[in-house]
Design a protein around this ligand. Structure first.
Ligand SMILES: [Zn+2]
Length: 254
């Protein structure tokens, strides 16, 4: 089904390009070069966008949500400086969230992992190394990354259900690795770009504009701006009578 989606997009692009180029009498060589370039661009963009669902199925929102639920997710923790403050803010607002942890960081900060679990938040797998080269990993290496982080959490009797790929990258090799696990892949439909933008108001605007039930928000608990942004986000959610819940609660609406 997913391969069919990619093949369909490539076929449509090829037909449109052929029609445009042949009506302009371009050479076969230029036509083939253009097609190949377009295919490379589409496959690259598809691997960077989980919402396109080219290589695997990823949940990026829950539009069928009947309850006034939405989910706040934090990637790249646990962080010894910011995760405890994030947990304090969530507790103050009686909010639940999902933390997609990097395995090697979870290994280092076991006290924080225990606190996240004790506070009733959810934990997801965000690879073990979060390597900048992970997009080029083989299926075997992807699987090793996933299983290593699962085993870190098993120390706390925590059974992992969800996976979020670092940088939101999906590849055919990741898709193959995921087939050997029971994990569901979770994306987002509201990306804060909080690791990119410095301005808190800009980040907040990106995630609260049209905030609605069923949304999945991406934040990172590894930098100072996540604290005021979360505080304001929770205030705005309260005004809109939206309840922040874990991914499991959002999807299963328990
Ligand atoms: Zn990440």
């Amino acid at each position: 089904m997913l391969k069919f989606r990619l093949a369909f997009v490539l076929l449509v692009v090829s037909i449109i390009t052929a029609l445009v180029m042949f009506t302009n009498h371009v050479s076969v060589g230029l036509f083939m070069g253009t097609i190949i370039l377009l295919w490379i661009v589409i496959i690259f963009l598809g691997s960077m966008s989980m919402g396109w669902q080219f290589f695997l199925t990823a949940k990026t929102k829950h539009p069928k949500s009947k309850k006034a639920f939405f989910a706040i997710t934090f990637d790249d923790g646990p962080n010894p400086e910011f995760t405890p403050q994030i947990l304090d803010i969530l507790e103050k607002h009686n909010a639940k969230a999902t933390f997609f942890l990097i395995g090697k960081e979870a290994d280092k900060y076991s006290g924080l992992v225990k606190r996240i679990i004790r506070c009733g938040h959810e934990i997801g797998n965000h690879s073990y190394s979060h390597s900048p080269y992970i997009g080029g990993f083989s299926a075997k290496k992807w699987l090793a990354e996933i299983e290593k982080t699962n085993s870190v959490l098993k120390q706390y009797a925590y059974n992992m259900v969800y996976f979020r790929p670092p940088f939101g990258i999906t590849t055919p090799h990741l898709a193959k690795a995921i087939q050997h696990t029971n994990l569901k892949v979770i994306g987002w439909n509201k990306r804060s770009f909080d690791t990119f933008f410095k301005s808190e108001s800009r980040i907040l605007k990106r995630i609260t504009k049209d905030l609605k039930q069923g949304d999945i928000i991406l934040l990172h608990d590894k930098q100072p701006n996540c604290l005021p942004v979360l505080e304001r986000l929770l205030q705005i959610a309260k005004q809109k009578q939206l309840q922040p819940v874990t991914i499991s609660q959002l999807i299963n609406e328990n």
